[in-house]
Design a protein around this ligand. Structure first.
Ligand SMILES: *Cc1c(COP(=O)(O)O)cnc(C)c1O
Length: 468
Protein backbone atom coordinates (compact mmCIF):
# COMPACT_ATOMS: atom_id res chain seq x y z
CA UNK A 1 0.00 0.00 0.00
CA UNK A 2 2.84 2.38 0.89
CA UNK A 3 4.31 1.59 -2.51
CA UNK A 4 1.11 2.55 -4.23
CA UNK A 5 0.97 5.77 -2.23
CA UNK A 6 4.52 6.60 -3.21
CA UNK A 7 3.58 6.34 -6.89
CA UNK A 8 0.99 9.10 -6.54
CA UNK A 9 2.02 12.10 -8.62
CA UNK A 10 2.98 15.27 -6.75
CA UNK A 11 0.72 18.31 -6.84
CA UNK A 12 3.23 20.38 -8.83
CA UNK A 13 3.43 17.66 -11.47
CA UNK A 14 -0.33 17.56 -11.84
CA UNK A 15 -0.45 21.35 -12.06
CA UNK A 16 1.79 21.19 -15.13
CA UNK A 17 -0.27 18.50 -16.86
CA UNK A 18 -1.96 19.63 -20.12
CA UNK A 19 -5.34 18.63 -18.63
CA UNK A 20 -4.76 21.07 -15.80
CA UNK A 21 -4.20 23.84 -18.31
CA UNK A 22 -7.28 22.87 -20.25
CA UNK A 23 -9.44 22.93 -17.12
CA UNK A 24 -8.08 26.31 -16.10
CA UNK A 25 -8.97 27.72 -19.48
CA UNK A 26 -12.36 26.05 -19.77
CA UNK A 27 -13.55 27.05 -16.32
CA UNK A 28 -11.67 30.38 -16.01
CA UNK A 29 -9.97 29.13 -12.86
CA UNK A 30 -6.98 30.69 -11.13
CA UNK A 31 -3.93 28.54 -10.41
CA UNK A 32 -4.89 28.74 -6.75
CA UNK A 33 -8.46 27.56 -7.24
CA UNK A 34 -7.38 24.67 -9.46
CA UNK A 35 -4.63 23.61 -7.05
CA UNK A 36 -7.15 23.48 -4.26
CA UNK A 37 -9.34 21.04 -6.21
CA UNK A 38 -6.33 18.95 -7.27
CA UNK A 39 -5.19 18.71 -3.64
CA UNK A 40 -8.61 17.70 -2.41
CA UNK A 41 -8.94 15.03 -5.14
CA UNK A 42 -5.46 13.75 -4.32
CA UNK A 43 -6.47 13.48 -0.68
CA UNK A 44 -9.57 11.56 -1.73
CA UNK A 45 -7.46 9.13 -3.79
CA UNK A 46 -5.04 8.70 -0.88
CA UNK A 47 -7.97 7.96 1.39
CA UNK A 48 -9.31 5.42 -1.15
CA UNK A 49 -5.98 3.63 -1.23
CA UNK A 50 -5.73 3.56 2.55
CA UNK A 51 -9.26 2.23 2.85
CA UNK A 52 -8.59 -0.08 -0.13
CA UNK A 53 -11.94 1.08 -1.40
CA UNK A 54 -12.74 0.23 -5.00
CA UNK A 55 -10.04 -0.77 -7.36
CA UNK A 56 -7.45 1.94 -7.34
CA UNK A 57 -5.50 1.99 -10.54
CA UNK A 58 -1.73 2.07 -10.56
CA UNK A 59 -1.05 5.79 -10.08
CA UNK A 60 1.81 5.79 -12.55
CA UNK A 61 -0.39 4.93 -15.55
CA UNK A 62 -1.98 7.33 -18.05
CA UNK A 63 -5.38 5.82 -17.27
CA UNK A 64 -4.97 6.84 -13.67
CA UNK A 65 -4.17 10.43 -14.68
CA UNK A 66 -7.12 10.51 -17.07
CA UNK A 67 -9.52 9.28 -14.42
CA UNK A 68 -8.00 11.67 -11.93
CA UNK A 69 -8.60 14.72 -14.11
CA UNK A 70 -12.12 13.54 -14.90
CA UNK A 71 -12.84 13.57 -11.18
CA UNK A 72 -11.22 16.99 -10.88
CA UNK A 73 -13.45 18.25 -13.67
CA UNK A 74 -16.61 16.87 -12.08
CA UNK A 75 -15.63 18.51 -8.84
CA UNK A 76 -14.93 21.86 -10.53
CA UNK A 77 -18.18 21.72 -12.46
CA UNK A 78 -20.21 21.28 -9.32
CA UNK A 79 -18.18 23.51 -7.02
CA UNK A 80 -18.02 26.47 -9.38
CA UNK A 81 -21.57 26.43 -10.63
CA UNK A 82 -24.25 28.52 -8.93
CA UNK A 83 -25.97 27.06 -5.89
CA UNK A 84 -29.09 28.92 -6.95
CA UNK A 85 -30.47 26.90 -9.82
CA UNK A 86 -33.40 26.95 -12.07
CA UNK A 87 -35.99 24.35 -11.05
CA UNK A 88 -39.00 22.90 -12.81
CA UNK A 89 -41.92 23.30 -10.44
CA UNK A 90 -44.39 20.50 -11.13
CA UNK A 91 -46.10 20.82 -7.75
CA UNK A 92 -48.90 23.00 -9.10
CA UNK A 93 -48.33 25.41 -6.20
CA UNK A 94 -48.09 28.74 -7.97
CA UNK A 95 -46.43 30.78 -5.21
CA UNK A 96 -44.19 28.13 -3.72
CA UNK A 97 -42.10 30.02 -1.15
CA UNK A 98 -39.33 27.39 -1.18
CA UNK A 99 -39.14 27.62 -4.95
CA UNK A 100 -38.94 31.40 -5.15
CA UNK A 101 -42.61 32.43 -5.22
CA UNK A 102 -43.66 34.39 -8.32
CA UNK A 103 -42.28 33.85 -11.80
CA UNK A 104 -41.78 37.34 -13.22
CA UNK A 105 -43.42 38.72 -16.33
CA UNK A 106 -41.35 38.95 -19.50
CA UNK A 107 -41.41 42.75 -19.29
CA UNK A 108 -40.11 42.62 -15.71
CA UNK A 109 -37.30 40.30 -16.75
CA UNK A 110 -36.35 42.55 -19.66
CA UNK A 111 -36.25 45.58 -17.40
CA UNK A 112 -34.10 43.81 -14.82
CA UNK A 113 -31.60 42.80 -17.45
CA UNK A 114 -31.53 46.30 -18.90
CA UNK A 115 -30.93 47.93 -15.55
CA UNK A 116 -28.39 45.31 -14.51
CA UNK A 117 -26.36 45.75 -17.66
CA UNK A 118 -26.44 49.54 -17.74
CA UNK A 119 -26.42 52.67 -15.63
CA UNK A 120 -29.89 53.96 -14.84
CA UNK A 121 -31.67 56.97 -13.38
CA UNK A 122 -32.46 55.12 -10.16
CA UNK A 123 -31.73 58.29 -8.14
CA UNK A 124 -31.34 60.88 -10.84
CA UNK A 125 -33.67 63.47 -12.33
CA UNK A 126 -32.95 63.46 -16.01
CA UNK A 127 -34.87 66.70 -16.71
CA UNK A 128 -32.72 68.94 -14.54
CA UNK A 129 -29.68 66.77 -13.98
CA UNK A 130 -30.04 66.69 -10.21
CA UNK A 131 -30.24 64.02 -7.59
CA UNK A 132 -33.55 62.20 -7.52
CA UNK A 133 -35.24 59.80 -5.13
CA UNK A 134 -35.70 56.10 -5.76
CA UNK A 135 -39.08 56.43 -4.07
CA UNK A 136 -40.30 58.26 -7.17
CA UNK A 137 -39.85 55.24 -9.44
CA UNK A 138 -42.90 53.28 -8.39
CA UNK A 139 -44.92 55.75 -6.32
CA UNK A 140 -47.15 57.15 -9.06
CA UNK A 141 -47.95 53.67 -10.32
CA UNK A 142 -48.79 52.35 -6.88
CA UNK A 143 -51.02 55.36 -6.28
CA UNK A 144 -52.76 54.69 -9.56
CA UNK A 145 -53.38 50.99 -9.02
CA UNK A 146 -54.37 51.25 -5.35
CA UNK A 147 -56.07 54.64 -5.23
CA UNK A 148 -53.83 55.71 -2.33
CA UNK A 149 -52.47 59.25 -1.77
CA UNK A 150 -48.87 58.13 -1.46
CA UNK A 151 -46.73 55.00 -1.47
CA UNK A 152 -43.27 53.60 -0.94
CA UNK A 153 -41.44 50.32 -1.38
CA UNK A 154 -39.26 48.37 1.06
CA UNK A 155 -37.47 45.04 1.02
CA UNK A 156 -40.48 42.81 1.72
CA UNK A 157 -43.79 42.95 3.53
CA UNK A 158 -42.21 41.84 6.80
CA UNK A 159 -39.96 44.91 6.51
CA UNK A 160 -43.01 47.05 5.79
CA UNK A 161 -44.71 45.84 8.97
CA UNK A 162 -41.53 46.44 10.95
CA UNK A 163 -41.02 49.94 9.57
CA UNK A 164 -44.62 51.01 10.20
CA UNK A 165 -44.66 49.63 13.73
CA UNK A 166 -41.27 51.18 14.55
CA UNK A 167 -42.21 54.55 13.13
CA UNK A 168 -45.63 54.89 14.70
CA UNK A 169 -45.90 52.32 17.47
CA UNK A 170 -42.57 52.40 19.32
CA UNK A 171 -43.10 52.56 23.06
CA UNK A 172 -46.84 52.81 22.51
CA UNK A 173 -49.67 50.37 22.17
CA UNK A 174 -50.88 48.77 18.98
CA UNK A 175 -54.25 47.07 19.25
CA UNK A 176 -54.79 43.85 17.32
CA UNK A 177 -57.30 41.04 17.42
CA UNK A 178 -56.16 37.69 18.86
CA UNK A 179 -57.73 36.06 15.81
CA UNK A 180 -55.23 37.84 13.57
CA UNK A 181 -51.93 37.09 15.28
CA UNK A 182 -50.56 35.15 12.36
CA UNK A 183 -47.39 33.21 11.92
CA UNK A 184 -46.14 32.80 8.39
CA UNK A 185 -43.70 30.08 7.41
CA UNK A 186 -42.49 29.78 10.97
CA UNK A 187 -40.28 32.84 10.59
CA UNK A 188 -42.76 35.68 10.59
CA UNK A 189 -44.87 36.30 13.61
CA UNK A 190 -46.72 39.56 13.98
CA UNK A 191 -46.17 39.39 17.73
CA UNK A 192 -42.39 38.93 17.38
CA UNK A 193 -42.04 41.67 14.77
CA UNK A 194 -43.97 43.93 17.08
CA UNK A 195 -41.69 43.14 19.98
CA UNK A 196 -38.61 43.86 17.85
CA UNK A 197 -40.09 47.16 16.68
CA UNK A 198 -40.63 48.32 20.25
CA UNK A 199 -44.38 48.55 19.80
CA UNK A 200 -46.45 47.14 22.63
CA UNK A 201 -48.96 44.55 21.58
CA UNK A 202 -52.43 44.97 22.98
CA UNK A 203 -54.37 41.84 22.09
CA UNK A 204 -58.13 42.00 22.10
CA UNK A 205 -60.95 39.50 21.68
CA UNK A 206 -60.51 35.77 21.39
CA UNK A 207 -59.17 33.60 18.59
CA UNK A 208 -62.58 33.21 17.00
CA UNK A 209 -64.47 36.32 18.12
CA UNK A 210 -63.52 39.97 18.25
CA UNK A 211 -66.08 42.78 18.45
CA UNK A 212 -65.72 46.51 17.91
CA UNK A 213 -66.37 47.01 21.63
CA UNK A 214 -63.24 44.97 22.37
CA UNK A 215 -61.19 47.53 20.45
CA UNK A 216 -63.00 50.44 22.06
CA UNK A 217 -62.28 49.15 25.55
CA UNK A 218 -58.60 48.65 24.74
CA UNK A 219 -58.01 52.20 23.56
CA UNK A 220 -56.17 54.43 26.05
CA UNK A 221 -53.73 57.35 26.08
CA UNK A 222 -51.02 54.82 25.24
CA UNK A 223 -52.67 53.67 22.02
CA UNK A 224 -50.99 54.64 18.75
CA UNK A 225 -52.59 52.42 16.20
CA UNK A 226 -55.30 49.93 15.37
CA UNK A 227 -53.86 47.10 13.35
CA UNK A 228 -55.73 44.68 11.13
CA UNK A 229 -53.85 41.68 9.82
CA UNK A 230 -55.22 39.75 6.91
CA UNK A 231 -55.22 36.13 8.05
CA UNK A 232 -53.69 35.12 4.80
CA UNK A 233 -52.40 31.67 5.61
CA UNK A 234 -55.06 30.24 7.85
CA UNK A 235 -58.78 30.36 8.19
CA UNK A 236 -60.81 30.33 11.35
CA UNK A 237 -64.03 28.63 10.43
CA UNK A 238 -67.23 27.97 12.30
CA UNK A 239 -68.37 30.14 15.17
CA UNK A 240 -66.50 33.33 14.28
CA UNK A 241 -66.96 37.04 14.40
CA UNK A 242 -64.61 39.75 13.33
CA UNK A 243 -64.91 43.47 12.92
CA UNK A 244 -65.56 44.83 9.45
CA UNK A 245 -62.61 46.83 8.16
CA UNK A 246 -64.58 50.03 7.62
CA UNK A 247 -65.87 49.90 11.18
CA UNK A 248 -62.37 49.50 12.57
CA UNK A 249 -60.90 52.24 10.37
CA UNK A 250 -63.74 54.59 11.36
CA UNK A 251 -63.07 53.92 15.03
CA UNK A 252 -59.38 54.75 14.54
CA UNK A 253 -60.29 57.98 12.80
CA UNK A 254 -62.73 59.08 15.49
CA UNK A 255 -60.07 58.45 18.15
CA UNK A 256 -57.28 60.15 16.13
CA UNK A 257 -55.39 56.89 15.88
CA UNK A 258 -53.65 55.42 12.87
CA UNK A 259 -55.37 52.51 11.17
CA UNK A 260 -53.12 50.06 9.40
CA UNK A 261 -53.99 46.88 7.52
CA UNK A 262 -51.30 44.31 6.79
CA UNK A 263 -52.86 42.72 3.73
CA UNK A 264 -50.25 40.01 3.26
CA UNK A 265 -50.81 39.22 -0.39
CA UNK A 266 -52.61 42.32 -1.44
CA UNK A 267 -54.36 41.42 -4.65
CA UNK A 268 -54.59 44.03 -7.39
CA UNK A 269 -56.42 41.58 -9.59
CA UNK A 270 -59.88 40.33 -8.75
CA UNK A 271 -59.41 36.57 -8.56
CA UNK A 272 -62.87 36.14 -7.06
CA UNK A 273 -64.30 37.16 -10.44
CA UNK A 274 -62.83 33.84 -11.61
CA UNK A 275 -64.38 32.07 -8.66
CA UNK A 276 -61.08 31.82 -6.87
CA UNK A 277 -60.92 32.81 -3.20
CA UNK A 278 -62.14 36.01 -1.62
CA UNK A 279 -58.86 37.87 -1.28
CA UNK A 280 -59.43 41.54 -0.43
CA UNK A 281 -58.33 44.01 -3.08
CA UNK A 282 -55.84 46.65 -2.00
CA UNK A 283 -57.99 49.38 -3.53
CA UNK A 284 -60.95 48.30 -1.37
CA UNK A 285 -58.97 48.63 1.87
CA UNK A 286 -57.92 52.13 0.88
CA UNK A 287 -61.50 53.01 -0.04
CA UNK A 288 -62.75 51.66 3.27
CA UNK A 289 -60.51 54.20 4.95
CA UNK A 290 -57.29 52.47 6.02
CA UNK A 291 -54.61 55.09 6.74
CA UNK A 292 -51.91 52.63 5.72
CA UNK A 293 -51.82 49.25 4.05
CA UNK A 294 -48.91 47.01 3.20
CA UNK A 295 -48.53 43.95 1.02
CA UNK A 296 -45.97 41.73 -0.70
CA UNK A 297 -44.58 42.22 -4.19
CA UNK A 298 -44.05 38.52 -4.85
CA UNK A 299 -47.31 37.00 -3.73
CA UNK A 300 -50.52 37.53 -5.69
CA UNK A 301 -49.11 40.63 -7.34
CA UNK A 302 -46.71 38.37 -9.24
CA UNK A 303 -43.70 40.64 -9.04
CA UNK A 304 -40.31 40.63 -7.30
CA UNK A 305 -39.80 40.33 -3.55
CA UNK A 306 -40.79 43.70 -2.12
CA UNK A 307 -42.99 45.26 0.52
CA UNK A 308 -45.37 47.90 -0.74
CA UNK A 309 -46.74 50.52 1.64
CA UNK A 310 -49.62 52.72 0.49
CA UNK A 311 -51.79 55.24 2.25
CA UNK A 312 -51.94 58.73 3.74
CA UNK A 313 -49.31 61.10 2.39
CA UNK A 314 -48.33 62.64 5.76
CA UNK A 315 -47.65 59.16 7.16
CA UNK A 316 -45.77 57.92 4.09
CA UNK A 317 -43.62 61.08 4.18
CA UNK A 318 -42.64 60.25 7.76
CA UNK A 319 -41.83 56.67 6.79
CA UNK A 320 -39.65 57.80 3.90
CA UNK A 321 -37.64 59.97 6.28
CA UNK A 322 -37.26 57.27 8.94
CA UNK A 323 -33.70 55.91 9.39
CA UNK A 324 -34.98 52.39 8.89
CA UNK A 325 -36.19 53.27 5.39
CA UNK A 326 -32.52 53.41 4.36
CA UNK A 327 -31.88 50.04 5.99
CA UNK A 328 -34.83 48.41 4.30
CA UNK A 329 -34.44 50.05 0.93
CA UNK A 330 -34.83 48.22 -2.31
CA UNK A 331 -32.25 47.96 -5.07
CA UNK A 332 -32.54 49.00 -8.70
CA UNK A 333 -33.22 45.48 -9.96
CA UNK A 334 -36.23 45.14 -7.71
CA UNK A 335 -37.49 48.54 -8.81
CA UNK A 336 -37.00 47.56 -12.43
CA UNK A 337 -39.07 44.39 -12.03
CA UNK A 338 -41.68 45.95 -9.78
CA UNK A 339 -42.22 48.97 -11.99
CA UNK A 340 -42.61 46.78 -15.09
CA UNK A 341 -45.11 44.58 -13.24
CA UNK A 342 -47.10 47.55 -11.96
CA UNK A 343 -47.15 49.05 -15.44
CA UNK A 344 -49.06 45.99 -16.61
CA UNK A 345 -51.64 46.55 -13.86
CA UNK A 346 -51.89 50.25 -14.70
CA UNK A 347 -52.47 49.46 -18.37
CA UNK A 348 -55.03 46.97 -17.17
CA UNK A 349 -55.36 44.76 -20.20
CA UNK A 350 -53.80 41.38 -20.89
CA UNK A 351 -52.90 40.69 -17.26
CA UNK A 352 -54.26 37.16 -17.61
CA UNK A 353 -51.64 36.51 -20.21
CA UNK A 354 -48.74 38.73 -19.17
CA UNK A 355 -48.48 38.08 -15.43
CA UNK A 356 -47.50 34.43 -14.97
CA UNK A 357 -48.88 34.31 -11.42
CA UNK A 358 -52.33 35.40 -12.60
CA UNK A 359 -52.14 33.22 -15.71
CA UNK A 360 -51.28 30.12 -13.67
CA UNK A 361 -53.83 30.75 -10.92
CA UNK A 362 -56.76 31.24 -13.28
CA UNK A 363 -55.82 28.36 -15.60
CA UNK A 364 -58.77 25.96 -15.59
CA UNK A 365 -58.58 22.19 -15.28
CA UNK A 366 -59.40 22.02 -18.99
CA UNK A 367 -56.31 24.17 -19.73
CA UNK A 368 -54.18 21.87 -17.60
CA UNK A 369 -55.67 18.78 -19.19
CA UNK A 370 -54.58 20.11 -22.58
CA UNK A 371 -51.05 20.45 -21.26
CA UNK A 372 -51.24 16.92 -19.88
CA UNK A 373 -52.19 15.64 -23.36
CA UNK A 374 -49.27 17.52 -24.85
CA UNK A 375 -46.99 15.99 -22.24
CA UNK A 376 -48.27 12.52 -23.07
CA UNK A 377 -47.64 13.17 -26.78
CA UNK A 378 -44.01 14.02 -25.94
CA UNK A 379 -43.80 10.94 -23.76
CA UNK A 380 -45.12 8.71 -26.56
CA UNK A 381 -42.48 10.02 -28.96
CA UNK A 382 -39.82 8.50 -26.74
CA UNK A 383 -41.42 5.06 -27.02
CA UNK A 384 -40.61 4.65 -23.38
CA UNK A 385 -42.56 1.94 -21.59
CA UNK A 386 -44.11 3.65 -18.68
CA UNK A 387 -47.32 3.39 -16.70
CA UNK A 388 -49.03 6.69 -16.16
CA UNK A 389 -52.30 7.75 -14.62
CA UNK A 390 -54.37 10.86 -15.15
CA UNK A 391 -56.34 12.11 -12.23
CA UNK A 392 -58.37 15.13 -11.19
CA UNK A 393 -56.83 16.90 -8.25
CA UNK A 394 -56.48 20.33 -6.67
CA UNK A 395 -53.66 22.84 -6.85
CA UNK A 396 -53.00 25.24 -4.00
CA UNK A 397 -51.87 28.82 -4.40
CA UNK A 398 -49.12 28.75 -1.77
CA UNK A 399 -46.96 31.57 -0.45
CA UNK A 400 -49.22 31.82 2.54
CA UNK A 401 -52.03 33.15 0.40
CA UNK A 402 -55.64 32.15 -0.04
CA UNK A 403 -55.83 29.49 2.66
CA UNK A 404 -58.16 26.65 1.92
CA UNK A 405 -58.55 27.71 -1.69
CA UNK A 406 -58.04 24.77 -4.00
CA UNK A 407 -58.20 25.09 -7.75
CA UNK A 408 -59.25 22.10 -9.84
CA UNK A 409 -56.41 20.64 -11.84
CA UNK A 410 -55.44 17.48 -13.67
CA UNK A 411 -52.36 15.58 -12.50
CA UNK A 412 -50.33 12.91 -14.15
CA UNK A 413 -49.00 10.08 -12.01
CA UNK A 414 -45.93 8.13 -13.07
CA UNK A 415 -45.06 4.59 -12.20
CA UNK A 416 -41.46 3.73 -12.91
CA UNK A 417 -40.48 0.06 -12.93
CA UNK A 418 -38.62 -0.97 -9.82
CA UNK A 419 -38.76 2.49 -8.28
CA UNK A 420 -40.90 3.68 -5.40
CA UNK A 421 -42.59 7.06 -5.64
CA UNK A 422 -39.93 8.51 -3.31
CA UNK A 423 -37.11 7.08 -5.41
CA UNK A 424 -38.64 8.47 -8.59
CA UNK A 425 -38.97 11.87 -6.97
CA UNK A 426 -35.40 11.80 -5.66
CA UNK A 427 -34.00 10.92 -9.10
CA UNK A 428 -35.98 13.66 -10.80
CA UNK A 429 -35.00 16.12 -8.09
CA UNK A 430 -31.33 15.32 -8.51
CA UNK A 431 -31.39 15.71 -12.29
CA UNK A 432 -30.51 18.79 -14.27
CA UNK A 433 -32.71 20.81 -14.11
CA UNK A 434 -34.30 19.39 -10.97
CA UNK A 435 -37.97 18.47 -11.38
CA UNK A 436 -40.10 18.82 -8.26
CA UNK A 437 -43.44 17.06 -8.10
CA UNK A 438 -45.62 15.64 -5.37
CA UNK A 439 -46.27 12.28 -3.79
CA UNK A 440 -49.77 11.11 -3.08
CA UNK A 441 -51.19 7.63 -2.54
CA UNK A 442 -47.74 6.07 -3.08
CA UNK A 443 -47.47 7.54 -6.55
CA UNK A 444 -45.33 10.32 -7.96
CA UNK A 445 -47.46 13.07 -9.50
CA UNK A 446 -46.82 16.03 -11.75
CA UNK A 447 -49.21 18.98 -11.60
CA UNK A 448 -48.51 20.83 -14.82
CA UNK A 449 -50.28 24.04 -13.70
CA UNK A 450 -46.88 25.53 -12.87
CA UNK A 451 -45.06 24.07 -15.86
CA UNK A 452 -44.71 25.89 -19.18
CA UNK A 453 -45.13 24.16 -22.53
CA UNK A 454 -41.40 24.68 -23.16
CA UNK A 455 -40.64 22.72 -20.01
CA UNK A 456 -42.68 19.67 -21.01
CA UNK A 457 -39.99 18.06 -23.21
CA UNK A 458 -37.43 18.74 -20.49
CA UNK A 459 -39.46 16.73 -17.98
CA UNK A 460 -39.78 13.95 -20.55
CA UNK A 461 -35.99 14.00 -21.05
CA UNK A 462 -35.51 13.81 -17.29
CA UNK A 463 -37.78 10.76 -17.15
CA UNK A 464 -35.94 9.14 -20.06
CA UNK A 465 -32.60 9.67 -18.35
CA UNK A 466 -33.68 7.93 -15.14
CA UNK A 467 -35.06 4.98 -17.09
CA UNK A 468 -31.64 4.44 -18.61
C1 LIG B 1 -46.68 36.95 3.70
C2 LIG B 1 -47.11 37.88 4.76
C3 LIG B 1 -46.19 38.74 5.38
C4 LIG B 1 -44.74 38.72 5.02
O1 LIG B 1 -44.54 39.17 3.71
P1 LIG B 1 -43.14 38.94 2.99
O2 LIG B 1 -43.27 39.74 1.74
O3 LIG B 1 -42.99 37.49 2.78
O4 LIG B 1 -42.10 39.49 3.90
C5 LIG B 1 -46.65 39.59 6.35
N1 LIG B 1 -47.95 39.61 6.72
C6 LIG B 1 -48.87 38.78 6.16
C7 LIG B 1 -50.30 38.85 6.63
C8 LIG B 1 -48.48 37.90 5.15
O5 LIG B 1 -49.38 37.09 4.59
Amino acid sequence: MQQVLRKLPAVHELQKHPDANRLRETYSLSEKALTKVIKSQLDAVREDILQKKGTVEDPSTNEFIDTFFKKVETCIASQYSPRLKRIINATGTVLHTNLGRARLSEKAIEQMVLVARNYSNVEYKISNGSRGSRHDIAEELIKEVTGAEAAMVVNNNAAAVFLILSAFGKGREVVVSRGELVEIGGSFRISSIMEESGAILREVGTTNKTRISDYEKAISDETAMLLKVHTSNFKVIGFTESVASEELFALAKSQHLISYEDLGSGALFDFSAYGIGDEPLVRESIEKGADLVSFSGDKLLGGPQAGIIAGRKDLIDKLKKHQLARVLRVDKMTFAALEATLLEYAKGSGLEKNIPTIRDIIATDADIEERVQQFIAHLRETELELDYFICNDESTIGGGTMPGVEIPTVCIGLKMDGLTAEETHRKLRCGEPPVIGKIKDDLFWLDLRTVTNEELPEIVDAIVSIKK
